[in-house]
Write a protein that binds this ligand. Structure first.
Ligand code: AMP
Length: 314
């Protein structure tokens, strides 16, 4: 597939998920942060996505072939002796919360990302939620990307504060949820928490708030994007990763890293996140065409269009 998009390197987990949902149990579902992000990004930046991760001998070639068929470069997916990373999650009846029942790192335990030489010049880099030391290792291997975006989670915030601080000092944009922002900063108020986190390195911060949308904090100010209101939410797994993939996919496709374009990218991020939750695992994302994305973006534009200036009456 040809594309004018700028190469986008995505590093992170590739997994099998067991999902206990109110509607039933689903086993061996294709998962992992890098998987969701890559699929979402490939819808906006076809031919530009390069995925780096690790799988075991149990990972079917057919899954990699599916990613390749979408124009995702899988040459950076390492196959190691042993089993693929497995995660087992159980959701509450209202899908508002989930607990991790089991996490088996398997081959992911010894993952040390090796960035293929052909990927080292990627101008856009998305560091999925892995050990912050490994995120820094990736940055040691790439040459001056235009935009480095990272995700992290409570586990690393609690256990690896030093490595996390190092990672933060080397990235441009951090994408985390509200709970993580509060935990990382030790500040409850999100505006104050954002200011604190931005002092630690990333000049830009996105705080995701699930069904309540997301906030961007950067030098141009604060910006809000809603979550698209859906009648049926099926499975929130991977929504955050799809959000990040949509964001980076849009930026890589347009090649413009400006406050204005970042604000547009947030609508694509939120759209891809909203599609993700409409199916079990990545099933809905995998069934999408570009026209579906265009239709949701149009619906989004309508959602936030109030018809002109908001002037004080009288
Ligand atoms: P999200 O719902 O956006 O938090 O992403 C869920 C995905 O992250 C699932 O597909 C899991 O396989 C993967 N995952 C769960 N725990 C971890 C972990 N500790 N490290 C990396 N990936 C994980």
């Amino acid at each position: 597939m040809t594309s004018s998009a700028h190469p986008l390197l995505i590093v992170g987990s590739i997994a099998f998920d067991d999902l206990d949902m109110p509607t039933g149990n689903f086993r061996d579902v294709l998962g992992g942060a890098a998987t969701y992000s890559s699929i979402a990004a490939s819808l906006l930046a076809p031919g530009a996505v390069r995925i780096v991760g690790i799988v075991g001998t149990d990972f079917p070639d057919a899954h990699l072939a599916d990613l390749k068929a979408r124009g995702i470069d899988t040459a950076g997916v390492e196959r190691a002796q042993g089993r693929t990373f497995r995660w087992h999650g159980r959701y509450s009846q209202d899908l508002a919360s989930r607990e991790s029942l089991d996490t088996q790192l398997n081959v992911f335990a010894d993952f040390s990302p090796k960035i293929p030489a052909a990927y080292c010049g990627s101008p856009f880099v998305l560091l999925g939620n892995i050990h912050p030391k490994l995120q820094v290792d990736v940055l040691e291997q790439v040459q001056k990307p235009r935009l480095v975006v990272a995700d992290t989670m409570n586990f690393w915030i609690e256990r690896e504060p030093k490595a996390l601080a190092q990672m933060l000092s080397r990235i441009d944009l951090l994408v985390i949820n509200d709970e993580e922002a509060r935990q990382l900063s030790g500040i409850h108020n999100l505006v104050r928490a954002a200011a604190d986190i931005r002092k630690r390195g990333p000049s830009m911060l996105i705080v995701k708030r699930g069904e309540f949308g997301a906030l961007l904090f950067d030098d141009a100010g604060t910006f809000f994007v809603p979550a698209y209101p859906l009648e049926d939410v099926v499975d929130p797994t991977g929504a955050g990763d799809s959000f990040a993939g949509g964001l980076l996919g849009y930026l890589a496709a347009t090649g413009e890293v400006t406050p204005g374009n970042l604000r547009k990218a947030l609508y694509f991020a939120s759209s891809l996140g909203s599609f993700c939750v409409e199916g079990i695992g990545p099933s809905r994302l995998l069934a999408l065409g570009r026209s579906d994305v265009a239709a949701r973006i149009a619906a989004f534009a309508k959602l936030v269009d109030h018809g002109g200036q908001l002037a004080l009456p009288g």
